[in-house]
Unconditional design. Structure first.
Length: 153
């Protein structure tokens, strides 16, 4: 379910653009075709990312139908996440290094950072964190084989 932000929420606004503005297929200039807004919680406060989406301006180019997103978005959060990487790592560290319970994490996030996450959301993030840690400990060739067919954003 989509998060409902209070009307009086003050966001730090980040405008992100596609880093490479040249089409990889025809060499033409990419054209801004749309904007995507993505709001997240960070430890520094709420952030609204405005991602400028681009595609090749040449209608005859094979890449015209493919929309490109700013790479910088994934350095702050993953698509559809409500939290930034900083909150994600903070929760994982508290859970696994300090052995905090989900209610402790939830209470601390609400008290110090005004991040109102449900226990389910925290449990989901902790599971994802644990999966990432497990993958990190695997043999690099096994991990590379598992993710071989995953295309970058």
């Amino acid at each position: 379910m989509r998060h409902r932000w209070p009307e009086d929420t003050r966001f730090t606004r980040l405008v992100l653009e596609v880093e490479d503005n040249v089409c990889a297929v025809c060499g033409g200039v990419l054209h801004i075709c749309d904007h995507r807004r993505h709001r997240i919680f960070t430890l520094q406060g709420p952030v609204e990312m405005v991602c400028k989406l681009a595609h090749c301006a040449d209608r005859h180019c094979a890449a015209h139908a493919k929309t490109r997103s700013p790479y910088a978005e994934t350095t702050l959060t993953l698509p559809w996440w409500l939290i930034g990487w900083d909150v994600f790592c903070w929760m994982g560290h508290r859970r696994f290094a300090r052995h905090w319970s989900v209610p402790q994490i939830r209470s601390e996030l609400a008290d110090t950072s005004q991040i109102p996450l449900s226990a389910d959301a925290i449990e989901d993030a902790v599971r994802r964190y644990q999966t990432m840690l497990t993958d990190r400990q695997q043999d690099p060739q096994v991990v590379a084989a598992a993710y071989r067919n995953v295309s970058p954003p």
